[in-house]
Write a protein that binds this ligand. Structure first.
Ligand SMILES: [Fe+2]
Length: 156
């Protein structure tokens, strides 16, 4: 099989990092003002991020600029709202992911992650290839609308 046919299992990578917190380059911190995140690793075909979530902290709806990926809940419980369907008539699917749960996502995935629990949460995220842009969206009566396009190195 040619090497290009091999696909990385981003969730397996996330789980591998989650299984060895003693190897994380920084310990996780919680920031009540701004959601805390830190890049744990980067290779030519993927990158690994550590994120923390105090109760109530969340992302906006966003995509991953053409990267695929996965995330794994190291501790706490996170809720993922995924937007499916056409942009003019989106449907939102909500899932709770507890400690040890994880999800893979493809290159067109639009979601929002929220800590709706009462305990802080920690998660490990893998993106392949590394994120270069993320488009942020909002849901309006007219459908999914673009808010901003953020670029790596400028907005995060
Ligand atoms: Fe995401």
């Amino acid at each position: 099989m040619p090497a290009t046919a091999l696909r990385l299992d981003h969730l397996a990578i996330a789980r591998q990092f989650a299984s060895a917190p003693e190897d994380w380059v920084v310990p996780p911190r919680f920031d009540p003002v701004e959601r805390w995140y830190h890049r744990l690793a980067a290779t030519e075909d993927h990158e690994v991020w550590l994120l923390t979530w105090l109760p109530g902290q969340q992302t906006d709806l966003h995509d991953h600029g053409g990267s695929a990926g996965a995330f794994h809940v190291f501790s706490g419980t996170l809720t993922e709202d995924t937007v499916n369907g056409p942009a003019h008539a989106p449907r939102v699917v909500t899932r709770d992911l507890g400690e040890g749960a994880g999800r893979r996502f493809g290159t067109h995935h639009v979601h929002r992650i929220v800590n709706r629990g009462v305990d802080p949460a920690i998660s490990v995220h893998v993106y392949g290839p590394a994120l270069t842009t993320m488009t942020r969206y909002r849901l309006s009566p007219a459908g999914l609308q673009v808010l901003t396009v953020d670029r790596a190195g400028a907005q995060w």
